[in-house]
Design a protein around this ligand. Structure first.
Ligand SMILES: Cc1ncc(COP(=O)(O)O)c(C=O)c1O
Length: 455
């Protein structure tokens, strides 16, 4: 039965972020059950989901309250939309709760279905805003190299990873990519973290001046860069970047699709790094990924401009059929209630010192050049030589080797660019499970070292 399913998958399914040709050889990795932080494959093998799926299943795989919330909403009203003044209790209550937890100055929420959609909408909002203000030239968005903001035509243009753009004619909107705040890889020899941050801010300002500040609409950043390799900002980075942006009247979009909802040990990554955004995009942990939903949060200052301009144009002419789907919204609302009742922020903070200690201990391994974490997200960079930081040849796919080896030890991890291996377990992980998880990482590193040592 399992192999029959695998054959059907190879015959009928196209997979995202997959070498479609290699897939015909390898076939699918079929997950068919989950409980707590664990999932089981179709051969009955049990794994810790060390990536929370795609950085998203914060409450694990068996939270009955979320299942009940979905069922109740399905029975009451399985669908209505948000167009032309319509709404539901679920969306209204969810919006209020999101604003309750938003940074000061945030006033309204626009629900969407995914992170990419949230980012696309944030870009449209920025364009709408500058058109309203009579600044039609002010449209370019600045993102960072190695950023991940999604895959749709606009969001995929902001993503700073070649594998997302290759072959797809991206970028397709006006975007400038600026430097990556990963001191281990990009700081110059002898440069302190603070000096590195100053240099990145100075380089950003040079780019703004070269393009003309009157052409730059917004800067978008993940507080901690996720899919680009879990890159944690160096000391003083956001403070210095924000002062450049303020000087040139450039909006800040905080892409909280991974960091939002306690991942970094505070409600928002923006809280952790003292970012004062104008727009927040979120998704993933908003519903613990039980149903697709995202949201864009906007400050009152922007909402006022939207409101005036939409009156002039006749409407705020954007939205999707399923944006604010009542079942997704009910599940998201229940998720946020659970976060509050179980003090998820406190839980993450309490677990983060053990998590950090276990991540940092990996830095002693011969294969590990850098180890980093904040809250319950972290990564290691695999290197061939710790002193020179030289990497293995790309063809070795060394980080993928570690992730594959981890699977043999009952742990799902993910290889990310820069030969990084990422850790992002469900937020409900306990201390014993953190130990089991990192024992498996160590075993995986030892396995790969043994194979490389023999080759
Ligand atoms: C920071 C960030 N923004 C946007 C996205 C896109 O989200 P989605 O895959 O839901 O479109 C992701 C997805 O991983 C992300 O990590």
């Amino acid at each position: 039965m399992a192999s029959n399913l695998a054959e059907k998958d190879k015959r009928f399914a196209l997979h995202p972020f997959t070498d479609l040709s290699a897939h015909q050889e390898k076939g699918p990795f079929i997950i068919n059950r989950g409980e707590g932080i664990h999932v089981w494959d179709d051969h009955g093998n049990k794994y810790i989901e060390g990536m929370s799926g795609l950085w998203c299943t914060s409450l694990g795989f068996s939270e009955q309250r979320l299942i009940d919330a979905a069922q109740a909403q399905f029975q009451e009203l399985p669908f209505t939309h948000q167009f032309t003044h319509r709404s539901t209790e679920a969306v209204i209550e969810l919006s209020e709760k999101l604003i309750e937890h938003a940074p000061a100055g945030f006033g309204k929420v626009f629900p969407v279905n995914s992170g990419s959609e949230a980012v696309d909408l944030a870009i449209k909002m920025v364009w709408f805003y500058n058109n309203a203000l009579g600044k039609p030239k002010k449209k370019t968005i600045i993102a960072r190299e190695r950023a991940y903001h999604g895959v749709t035509v606009a969001a995929g243009s902001l993503t700073g990873l070649p594998y997302v753009q290759n072959g797809f004619d991206l970028p397709a909107i006006s975007v400038i990519h600026t430097g990556t705040p990963h001191a281990y890889r990009y700081a110059k020899t002898g440069e302190t973290e603070a000096e590195f941050s100053s240099r990145l801010a100075a380089e950003l300002e040079e780019q703004i001046l070269a393009a003309g500040a009157d052409t730059i609409a917004a800067f978008i950043a993940e507080p901690v860069m996720g899919a680009g390799g879990v890159l944690i900002p160096p000391e003083g980075y956001f403070e210095k970047i924000q002062s450049v942006l303020k000087r040139h009247d450039i909006l800040f979009i905080a892409d909280e699709v991974i960091c939002g909802f306690a991942r970094t040990g505070n409600w928002w990554g923006s809280d952790t790094y003292k970012i004062q955004p104008d727009i927040i995009t979120c998704a993933k942990q908003l519903s613990s990924a039980y149903l697709p939903i995202g949201a864009v949060l906007v400050t009152d200052a922007l909402v006022d401009v939207f409101t005036r301009y939409s009156d002039e144009l006749g409407m705020f002419g954007t939205g999707n059929t399923y944006g604010g789907h009542p079942v997704s919204a009910s599940v998201a609302l229940e998720t946020l209630k659970i976060y509050e009742e179980r003090d998820i922020v406190g839980h993450v903070q309490a677990r983060s010192s053990l998590f950090e200690a276990r991540v940092q201990a990996l830095a002693n391994h011969a294969l590990v050049g850098n180890a980093r974490s904040v809250g319950l997200i972290g990564a290691i960079d695999i290197v061939q030589d710790k002193n020179t930081k030289d990497q293995y040849p790309a063809t070795d796919k060394i980080a993928a080797q570690v992730a594959n080896a981890a699977r043999n030890h009952g742990l799902i991890l993910r290889a990310t660019p820069g030969d990084s291996v990422a850790f992002c377990p469900p937020l409900i992980i306990d201390e014993e499970q953190i130990d089991v998880m990192f024992d498996a990482v160590t075993d995986a590193l030892n396995d790969v070292q043994a194979i490389i040592g023999c080759s």
